[in-house]
Every structure is written in C-alpha cells, then in structure tokens.
Write a new protein. Structure first.
Length: 226
C-alpha cells in the first residue's frame, strides 16, 4: 500500500471494477475498513524511494502494486508512464480514481490481489511495490507474481520498512512472518536477473500520512535480463 503496509479508463470517465474484485473477501474488507476509518490515509505525495529510483528510467508500462489512494500512480502517469494500478480496497480505488481525474491522467485500475489478478506475464517495464502488504504462502505465490510481471529488460522495485521484518508478532495481531519482505524476493532471483540496488538507507518520507514514523527503507531494485 502506498507509504506503508501496505478495464481501461479515461481521465474523464474512470470506471472502477469494484464489483469484479478478484481475491479473498476478508482481505478486501480489512483494507476497506482501514481506509473508511479516515478521510485520507496516506500523504497524497509519491514515495521518496520511487521518485529516486525511477529518475534514470525511460517511461514505459508500469504496474503499481498496492496503489492505495493513487499518489504514486498519478505521479508516474504525469511522468509519461503507462500505468496499471492494482489495489485490494475498493474504497482506496475510488479515491485514487478521483485523484487521477483531478490530475487529468489516465490509469488502468485493477481491483484484485496480486496473486489473483491474471496480469499479462512479462509485460511491464517497471513493477513498483512500495511497502506492500503481500501475504506470504508456502509456494511463494506473491513473490513469484512480482517477478513474473516484469518484462525482459524491465525493473522490479520493491521497497519496505527496515526492521519490521525482524519484529515479534504484535498484540494487535500483526505478525511480520505473515508477509513478504525483500529478502524473500532476492532469494528467488536467478541468472536471469541482475541486482542493481539491495540496501538499507534513510527513508525520504512524505510529510503526514500513516507510516511516517518509519525512518529507514529496505530497497531492492533488480533488472530482468531475459
């Protein structure tokens, strides 16, 4: 989800596929509830690691995984990217579509979990997952879905909060062991991939919004060679 764990449309007529959600209804309900509790959950500005890491990339097709309220998707579209944005929360997608409409940009919205979205394989020049809440499974389905979406010559950019992956389960029910972290994706990379960035560094955080208290990022950027 943007900032945290977290049908083609035109700028003037943004149809939302909220009735055709693909995924676990309980996951959708959880995130709908989080978004409905606040008028705005995130900062409304693009994530700093995304801005930094795509600076040298030629705009092409991009998949924004866990687009939240759409700040990254809108920023990418303004920069000339052909954006497909995926999100489990219908509440968030409605907000994101409104922001895209206000900005006068076109985004394809996909209301689905990553593993259920049936995205065209190997078709995105950039797959961006900024602090995604991807559930871990024994078959590494989410990790493999991220990798499978990247086109030859394309880039995977996965950013997460440093230190969260090593925490103990919280009394609130949040258990880091339930989620996918960059090291799990790195472990699946073979000779078809070149790791360009794999580091922990201070976070360039937008002001305001949930998750602003996190100070360091884990940044994984890998290029698919073939």
């Amino acid at each position: 989800m943007t900032d945290d764990i977290a049908t083609e449309s035109s700028a003037s007529d943004l149809a939302l596929p909220t009735d055709g959600y693909l995924g676990d209804p309980a996951v959708r309900a959880e995130w709908d509830s989080r978004y409905a509790d606040r008028q705005q959950l995130w900062s409304g500005r693009p994530n700093g690691a995304l801005v930094a890491e795509v600076a040298g990339l030629t705009p092409g097709r991009v998949l924004d995984v866990g687009c939240g309220e759409g700040a990254d998707a809108v920023w990418l579209a303004r920069g000339g990217w052909d954006v497909t944005a995926l999100e489990v929360s219908g509440v968030a997608l409605e907000r994101a579509a409104g922001h895209a409409r206000d900005a006068g940009v076109t985004v394809r919205w996909v209301h689905a979990e990553l593993t259920e979205a049936a995205l065209p394989p190997a078709s995105f020049d950039l797959v961006s997952a900024q602090y995604p809440a991807l559930l871990r499974t024994p078959d590494a389905a989410a990790e493999r879905a991220l990798l499978a979406a990247v086109a030859p010559g394309g880039t995977l950019l996965l950013v997460h909060h440093a230190g969260v992956d090593t925490q103990q389960a919280h009394d609130s029910g949040f258990d880091p062991a339930d989620y996918v972290w960059p090291s799990m994706v790195t472990g699946l990379l073979d000779d078809d991939w070149e790791i360009e960035v794999d580091e922990q560094r201070p976070r360039v955080a937008p002001d305001g919004g949930a998750g602003a208290h996190h100070t360091d990022d884990l940044v994984l950027r890998a290029r698919r060679l073939r």
